[in-house]
Design a protein around this ligand. Structure first.
Ligand code: NI
Length: 255
């Protein structure tokens, strides 16, 4: 069995055929999907999928850094209400800092991240961290708030071994490895070769970042085995071992 720890199945790009997409993934052994929310607009569709596939789709709640604008406090208020509702969420995400697209709301991004880390500590849910050109700042905030109630994933990890080790020093943190490992010249396979497998999770981040040979097309959870195969090659393990270890890691983190 494989677990996709990060997939946006509620995205408009899956609107027409989400049932087929889910069934196809399940038929290839990808049986659990963790859904990181984006903002208040994505909650309804995410919850719909969680209700439709209670054994497969696991919703998480949070405000994505690219959705942090001048109204972020209002957004957070609505999402917090959702978190406090009857519904079960499996993580706080995705949250973090993104300095790639727009620096206008850099301070607000940091504020939103801190607030949501507090939610995670109160609920003891793992955080799903998005970092883009912002690893040091993100790490610094997480370090400053880290305690035994905090756990999480540095999602779509593409950093160095040194950066990975800083993540692992946080104790209850993992790195999510996605399609980038299959990209020619990404060098991520050489990094993953040096990571402890008990800290590695698999993810697609679909519909984005499809692995080779589907690069540029819509990504799907169905491609988790392609990512796992590359991890297996890097670590000199069998595909079965990678499936087993990464699934155990995910279940340990998400409970
Ligand atoms: Ni994502």
């Amino acid at each position: 069995m494989f677990i996709d720890t990060h997939t946006h199945l509620f995205s408009d790009q899956f609107k027409e055929d989400v049932d087929e997409v889910i069934e196809k993934a399940i038929s290839r052994g990808v049986k659990r999907f963790y859904l990181p929310n984006v903002d208040t607009n994505s909650v309804e569709r995410m919850n719909y999928l969680a209700d439709r596939y209670p054994d497969n789709c696991f919703p998480m709640i949070g405000l994505h850094p690219c959705s942090v604008k001048e109204n972020f406090e209002e957004e957070l208020k609505i999402l917090k209400k959702e978190l406090d509702s009857e519904r079960t969420f499996f993580g706080i995400g995705e949250i973090g800092l993104d300095y790639h697209w727009d620096l206008t709301f850099k301070d607000q991004q940091k504020e939103a991240l801190k607030v949501q880390i507090q939610w995670a500590k109160e609920t003891k849910l793992p955080i799903i961290l998005h970092t883009r050109e912002s690893f040091d700042d993100t790490l610094e905030i997480v370090q400053s708030l880290n305690d035994e109630n905090l756990s999480g994933i540095f999602h779509c990890f593409t950093g160095s071994v040194e950066e990975a080790n800083k993540v692992f020093e946080l104790e209850n943190f993992y790195v999510g490895i996605g399609g980038v490992i299959t990209f020619k010249n990404s060098g991520l396979d050489k990094i993953v070769a040096q990571l402890p497998m008990d800290k590695v999770l698999l993810e697609t981040d679909s519909p984005y970042l499809a692995p080779t040979p589907y690069r540029g097309k819509r990504n799907e959870s169905t491609y988790i085995p392609e990512i796992a195969a590359k991890v297996a090659e890097a670590q000199n393990l069998t595909l079965e071992m990678v499936a087993k270890t990464t699934s155990e890691n995910a279940l340990k983190l998400f409970g």
